[in-house]
Design a protein around this ligand. Structure first.
Ligand SMILES: [Zn+2]
Length: 894
């Protein structure tokens, strides 16, 4: 496919659509079925079907695309598997919410109707997510697209459960879980948000059971849980309660009594230092309870919807919601003389991210994965460097968390998800756990089986993604050839929920690491510094950003200038910067095109400048080589922003601002035909290679520009990644060019300092610091004159007097001078006003310094500061005087 000639303006929309279609048509990203040799594979973290992609997704996916495109260009058989996550609980909540807005109660639906509603949601969002992924130009292989509830994923999930179950690593047990009473389900720690909230702390007196006066004071924010109390605990070293331990207290409003026990987990600083023990409703209480086997085991006091229930709850409270019960309880405690006081209390309250209900810690019977044996292998892999985390600082966080890891609760009391593959026999009570859904009990053969009502945590499917997405448990070719995968890119917020578990699954089910490198992207922040989140609604829709700015600009703004591994802002500033950069690149190629002679062979060998070649060609080739090496090194070291920064600096400063300007003379034929040919060849070569190296970052615009130049092959996306060593390093050229560029820089600054009008070409002088610098500057005098816009440039002998009426600067390469134009009448007036102000300030400062009292009393640094100020003012006055002496003129010379 050929592109039309480049229009003057860079307009991304049409270009991007065209190349996306061309890549799709050519199946440019389809991975070979049976690759041999070098290969590279990665899985796209399957986005939740809950919503659509955010800018945060775009950041991770852009980093992955940079790696996928580069490795593909390097000749590796590259497979990037896209996918979608059914996101069980999260999706069910969204669907339920939408139905509610339509006036339909979720609970009124039959199981089939509910699943249908979720399925419709999935179909809509799936299409939207795919569109977003395509619009950004990510080079995934759509023929390998997978969904975490497709038949293969169902099979993989059952297989995994059965294997763990048979190995004794899955068990059913009572554990404290985060209970969401609105969703009536256990939820994961990830789905719990802690934030400071104002509540009431209630102080309750538990009287002595033997009737003696006094008692123990207990502080709680959940007085309704008193019904589940079995004891009061104090710290063993707390002198206040030394006598109390072993006595009994009355548990208010229950007619029961309980012992006072000592336990080190009690915080003596909280409240009055005594803790009521409600083993079923608080994780700390539960631990204390387990350490004191003498305590009575309590029944349930709250049902799944957080209503009070059970034998220990007085009839008047049964069926009451926890909030209503709390108010009633406080009244009654007060009436009965148990209430000591109430006070406002600010503390971290845990709420469900999905339903916003306050989490109820609840002891419930759930399915668990015994995590210890699995975690050990993952920790060892990171410790030995078998799996590397980038940026490396995350290793510490990883190890810390893995040390304290708890068994993984994998059951959820929702509808949407993979059913737990456990059938219980009504005849013999035994469980049958098989990969194929059983028709009869494996123990007694009875056909009366009841399936477990729960579904699996979504992560139980996605922790297998790196191999399940390749067909596991079937022994597929893809699995054999593309597993283990190479790079995983994701947000650090799911380091434990997903990344660590994938490591465990990789070693357990496949006996291998699932990937060699994990790259954690930073979190994006909005212009107010807030973290972008779906929750806050402050993440722009990537499709809108792409429509307004283009996919390439979005991609570049995500990797530059803020490091992809750091938290940072995303907004109009980086987008403007990216757009300006792409426009610069566009204009560079537009400048290049007329200097590419017809019939140029795109496969011509790289230019080989000789000793007779102009310095700028040797220099730009050496700069290109240094940039290419830096890009490779930075990408290998997982610093994509460093690679983008190198390319940005090279294109903007070295290539467009310096080389093109310097080489113009030769390109325009002013130095003869051989010089022109060499300039043409060098320019085309460097621009073409730069487009290839930029391609993984900004694939559409580079594809377009590459097609405008003579090119080999149908697509840049499938062309070769050029080796950095195609051209030699030339330290001599870089060394010789340095004083030339430095003098241009200095002279340009002096022009500004000397208030030289933009269009003027003033005289300039350099007194070189050494004969070597003098030789280099003399050789490139014409270049310096053109670039700094000065003429003539004279080189001064070491003993020559300094030219008058100049702006000057002393630098390492020598002393530079630029002639100042005489000021016009308006400028003279303004300079005279400035002079008067400065002179008054100087008089004042000198007055202070002349006062012996000031010098005696003031601290030495204040005196020094005043002296420095006086010197600076005197120097500024001197310059103004110099300028004024040039006298008013009619107009600046031009
Ligand atoms: Zn049976």
């Amino acid at each position: 496919m050929s592109a039309p000639a480049l229009p003057p303006r860079f307009e991304p929309a049409a270009i991007e659509a065209r190349w996306q279609a061309a890549w799709a048509e050519a199946q440019a990203f389809r991975a070979p079925e049976r690759p041999s040799g070098d290969r590279f594979s990665l899985v796209l973290p399957p986005p939740n079907v809950t919503g659509v992609l955010t800018i945060g997704h775009m950041l991770g996916d852009t980093v992955m695309d940079v790696y996928a495109r580069r490795r593909r260009m390097q000749g590796a058989a590259t497979l990037w598997v896209p996918g979608l996550d059914h996101a069980g609980l999260a999706t069910q909540v969204e669907v339920r919410r939408r139905l509610q807005r339509q006036g339909i109660a979720w609970d009124s639906l039959s199981r089939e109707e509910a699943i249908d509603a979720v399925q419709r949601w999935k179909d809509e969002h799936e299409a939207r997510i795919r569109l977003q992924t395509e619009a950004a130009g990510f080079s995934v292989d759509w023929t390998r697209y997978r969904y975490t509830m497709d038949p293969l994923a169902v099979r993989a999930t059952r297989e995994a459960f059965v294997r763990l179950y048979r190995d004794g690593l899955i068990y059913r047990g009572e554990r404290m879980v985060n209970w969401d009473p609105r969703l009536r389900s256990a939820i994961s720690d990830l789905e719990v948000i802690h934030s400071e909230e104002e509540t009431t702390l209630v102080f309750v007196r538990y009287p002595w059971a033997d009737g003696s006066p006094g008692g123990i004071e207990v502080a709680t924010v959940r007085p309704e849980t008193i019904f589940g109390d079995v004891a009061v605990a104090v710290h063993p070293d707390d002198a206040r309660y030394r006598e109390a331990v072993g006595r009994s207290v009355v548990i208010p409003l229950t007619g029961r009594t309980g012992p006072v026990i000592a336990d080190g987990a009690v915080d003596p600083e909280f409240g009055a230092g005594a803790l009521k023990i409600t083993p079923r409703n608080d994780p700390v209480d539960r631990e204390i309870f387990l350490r004191h086997p003498e305590l009575q085991a309590p029944p349930e006091i709250l049902d799944a919807g957080a209503h009070l229930e059970g034998d220990w709850v007085p009839a008047a409270y049964r069926g009451l919601d926890r909030e209503a019960a709390r108010l009633r309880m406080i009244e009654e405690l007060d009436r009965e003389g148990f209430l000591v006081k109430r006070q406002p209390f600010r503390h971290a309250v845990a709420r469900s991210e999905r339903s916003e209900a306050i989490i109820e810690p609840r002891l419930s019977t759930q399915w668990f994965v015994k995590i210890g044996p699995l975690a050990e292998r993952a920790v060892a892999a990171v410790r030995s460097g078998e799996i590397r985390l980038h940026p490396a600082r995350w290793e510490l966080t990883f190890f810390r968390w893995m040390e304290g890891i708890q068994d993984w609760c994998i059951s959820r009391q929702v509808l949407w998800g993979h059913p737990i593959p456990v059938e219980t026999c009504r005849a013999c009570g035994q469980q049958t756990v098989t990969v194929e859904p059983p028709v009869a009990c494996a123990h007694c053969g009875a056909r009366d089986l009841t399936r477990d009502p729960d579904v699996l945590d979504t992560w139980f499917t996605s922790w297998m993604w790196p191999f399940a997405a390749l067909g596991w448990p079937e022994p597929t070719v893809a699995l054999e050839r593309y597993f283990p995968t190479d790079v995983l890119v994701t947000g650090r917020d799911i380091m434990f929920f997903w990344v660590a578990r994938m490591m465990m699954a990789g070693y357990y089910f496949r006996g291998a690491r699932p990937f060699s490198d994990v790259y954690f992207t930073g979190m994006l922040r909005d212009s107010e510094g807030r973290r972008m989140s779906k929750h806050l609604g402050n993440s722009p829709d990537p499709v809108d950003v792409i429509r307004e700015r283009g996919a390439d600009a979005m991609r570049f703004a995500l990797v530059f200038p803020n490091p992809t591994g750091e938290d940072g802002p995303f907004g109009s500033a980086p987008l403007d910067g990216a757009r300006n950069f792409l426009t610069k690149l566009w204009n560079l190629v537009r400048f290049t095109l007329p200097h590419v002679p017809p019939g140029t062979d795109p496969g011509a060998p790289p230019p080989r400048p000789g000793p007779a070649s102009d310095l700028e060609h040797r220099w730009i080739l050496s700069r290109y080589r240094a940039t290419a090496e830096e890009v490779d090194r930075a990408l290998d070291e997982f610093e994509p922003t460093r690679a983008a920064t190198a390319l940005y600096g090279f294109v903007w400063h070295d290539l467009a601002d310096r080389y093109v300007e310097i080489a113009k003379e030769a390109l325009l034929g002013r130095r003869g035909e051989p010089a022109r040919r060499e300039a043409q060849e060098t320019l085309r070569f460097v621009v073409e290679r730069t487009l290839r190296r930029l391609h993984p970052f900004v694939p559409h615009v580079t594809e377009e520009l590459w097609h405008a130049l003579p090119h080999d092959g149908p697509l840049l996306a499938r062309s070769a990644w050029p080796g950095a060593d195609e051209v030699p390093t030339d330290p001599v050229a870089e060394l010789e060019m340095a004083p030339v560029l430095e003098s241009v820089h200095l002279l340009r600054n002096l022009r500004a300092e000397g208030r030289v009008p933009l269009e003027a070409v003033p005289r300039a002088w350099v007194r070189p610091a050494s004969p070597e610098v003098a030789r280099l500057l003399a050789a490139e005098r014409g270049t310096i004159e053109r670039l700094a816009k000065v003429r003539p440039l004279d080189l001064l002998a070491p003993d020559a007097p300094a030219p008058e009426e100049t702006a000057r600067r002393v630098a390492a390469l020598g002393e530079c001078f630029v002639a100042r134009p005489a000021p016009g009448p308006e400028e003279t007036a303004s300079l005279e006003r400035e002079r008067a102000t400065l002179a008054a300030l100087l008089r004042k400062t000198e007055g202070r310094l002349g006062d012996p009292g000031f010098r005696a009393r003031a601290p030495p640094e204040v005196v020094r500061e005043a002296e420095a100020k006086a010197t600076e003012l005197a120097e500024r006055l001197r310059r103004i005087d110099e300028h004024l002496r040039a006298g008013p003129s009619e107009a600046a010379p031009s």
